[in-house]
Design a binder for this molecule. Structure first.
Ligand code: DWN
Ligand code: ZN
Length: 408
C-alpha cells in the first residue's frame, strides 16, 4: 500500500497497520450493525516533510454529518480550557484592535466562540457537522455549516472582511486537504492577523504510546517540524508554540504571514527537541509499532485474566480513541460488559466494530463494576476526582497510557 504525502507529494508507505477499522464515532443503532463500513487504518511518516499521516481516510461525509456524536462541551475541564484559550486571544492579538473579526474552523457546539459572542466580538464559526453547529446557533453564536476551503475563505472575506484571528482546536488534524485549508487561511487572514490552532502532539503520542490518537478523523498527527513545512508554501510561518495538557498532550501553534512577527525562541527549542526525540527517523516509528503491540498484548492478558476470574469490567467514556483500542486489541462484549457515556446520542447504541453496548452514566453508578477501563484517559483528572465513590466501593481503574496498569 504505497501512496503520496498529502502535503509534499513525496512517496510514502505505512510503517504499520492497525487492521480493518470502522468509523471511530460511528455509534450504531442495533439495526445498523450489519453492513458496517470498514477501512484499513495504516499510518505513515513522510521523510520528506516530517508529516505523520493516514494512508487512507474515509470520505469526510462518512465522519462529519448531522448525526455527529462528539459534543465538545461534555467536559468541564475542556470548557475552562477553551475559556482561557479565548481569553488569551482577546487579551493578546485582539487587544486594542478596532472591531476585530475572529473565525473559528470546526467550532463544534460553540465551546470557544461563546466567549467572543459574550464580549460582542464579531465572530464566525465554520462547522460542517450540522447538529453540533445548531447547538451553537441556538446560543446566538454565528455559525455556518460548511467545509472550509479557498472558496469559502473568499466568500467570508467578501462578506465580513479579513480575519484578525483564525482559530482551530482539534480540527486541523482532521482535514485531509491541508494545503487547501492553508491556502484559505492565507486568503482570509489580515496581513497582521494570526492563525492559532492546537491538536494532539506527535511527540506525546510517541513517548506515551498513545496510539489511540490514530483513528479515521485524525488524518494527521502534527509536530512543530511538520507544521512549519506544511504552511511555508502559503507564506505563513510558525512564530510560536505552546504545549498543552489537553487530550493527553497537545501543541498550540501560532502562524503569521512571513516576516509580520518575531519568531519565538520556543519554536527553535521545540524543533531541537523533536530531532532529539528522533521524530525525523524511521526507526522511531518502528519502535512505536513494537510498543503498540506490547501494549495490546498486556491489555488483553489483563482483560482475559479478569474474565476468567468472573470479574465485572465496564468501559468509561465511549471515546473515538477507544474505537482504535477496542478493535486493534480485539476487546469484545465478553471482556467489557458496556461502556458508560454521558453523551445522549451515544447511549443505547453499539460501539463501532466490536458492538459493545453504550449505556447512560446512571448505569455505571447504579451497580459499580469491579473494574472500569478508562477509555477517556485524557480526562483522567476530572473523572477520578468525581469518581471517589467507585474506588471507595472497591472499584479499580484499568489504564493503558502510558503503560497498561490497574490503579485505584
Ligand atoms: O479530536 C477529537 C477530540 C477533540 O474529540 C475528535 N476527533 C473527537 C473527540 O475525540 P474523543 O471522542 O476521543 O474525545 P474525548 O473528549 O476523549 O471523549 C470523551 C467521551 O467520554 C465523551 O463521549 C464524553 C465522555 N465522558 C463521560 O462519559 N464522562 C467524558 C467525561 C469527562 C466524563 O466525565
Ligand atoms: Zn511529505
Amino acid at each position: 500500500m504505497n501512496g503520496h504525502c498529502r502535503v509534499c507529494n513525496a512517496e510514502i508507505s505505512p510503517f504499520m497497520s492497525f487492521g480493518r477499522m470502522p468509523i471511530a464515532n460511528g455509534f450504531l443503532r442495533p439495526e445498523e450493525a450489519e453492513g458496517e463500513y470498514f477501512f484499513e487504518l495504516a499510518p505513515a511518516f513522510c521523510a520528506g516533510c516530517g508529516m505523520f499521516q493516514l494512508m487512507e481516510q474515509p470520505r469526510p461525509e462518512k465522519m462529519f454529518h448531522e448525526q455527529y456524536a462528539f459534543f465538545s462541551s461534555t467536559s468541564r475541564y475542556m470548557q475552562r480550557h477553551f475559556e482561557s484559550f479565548a481569553q488569551s486571544v482577546i487579551n493578546g492579538v485582539l487587544a486594542q484592535r478596532d472591531d476585530p473579526f475572529v473565525v473559528e474552523l470546526g467550532s463544534n457546539d460553540g465551546i470557544m466562540l461563546r466567549h467572543f459572542h459574550e464580549q460582542s466580538i464579531r465572530h464566525l464559526g465554520v462547522e460542517p457537522s450540522a447538529n453540533v453547529a445548531e447547538v451553537a446557533r441556538k446560543q446566538g453564536i454565528s455559525t455556518i455549516s460548511a467545509f472550509f476551503d479557498r472558496k469559502l475563505a473568499d466568500d467570508i472575506t467578501a462578506k465580513h472582511g479579513g480575519a484578525d484571528a483564525i482559530l482551530a482546536a482539534n480540527v486541523m488534524c482532521h482535514i485531509p486537504d491541508l494545503p487547501g485549508v492553508a491556502a484559505g487561511v492565507q486568503r482570509l487572514l489580515k496581513p497582521d492577523g494570526v492563525f492559532v490552532f492546537e491538536d494532539p502532539y506527535l511527540g506525546d503520542m510517541i513517548t506515551k504510546t498513545s496510539y489511540d490518537q490514530i483513528y479515521d478523523e485524525h488524518v494527521f498527527i502534527f509536530s512543530a517540524t511538520s507544521v512549519r513545512h506544511a504552511f511555508a508554501p502559503f507564506g505563513l510561518e510558525l512564530v510560536d508554540v505552546m504545549p498543552q495538557v489537553t487530550h493527553g498532550g497537545s501543541m498550540r501553534y501560532v502562524l503569521a504571514p512571513n516576516g509580520s512577527r518575531p519568531i519565538s525562541k520556543k519554536v527553535h527549542e521545540q524543533l531541537g527537541k523533536e530531532t532529539a526525540l528522533g521524530l525525523d527517523r524511521p526507526e522511531t516509528y518502528l519502535r512505536f509499532k513494537a510498543n503498540c503491540e506490547k501494549s495490546r498484548s498486556t491489555l488483553m492478558q489483563t482483560l482475559e485474566s479478569l474474565r476468567t476470574r468472573g470479574k465485572r469490567v465496564v468501559g468509561y467514556g465511549a471515546t473515538s480513541k477507544s474505537t482504535t483500542v477496542i478493535n486493534y486489541c480485539g476487546i469484545t462484549p465478553a471482556h467489557v460488559e458496556f461502556i458508560s457515556d454521558t453523551t445522549p446520542i451515544k447511549q443505547g447504541r453499539l460501539s463501532p466494530g466490536a458492538h459493545i453496548p453504550v449505556r447512560p452514566y446512571d448505569e455505571f453508578v447504579a451497580r459499580y463494576p469491579d473494574y472500569a477501563v478508562l477509555f477517556a484517559w485524557n480526562h483522567a483528572a476530572e473523572i477520578r476526582e468525581k469518581e471517589n465513590a467507585f474506588v471507595a466501593a472497591g472499584g479499580r481503574w484499568i489504564v493503558y497510557v502510558p503503560e497498561v496498569a490497574i490503579v485505584s
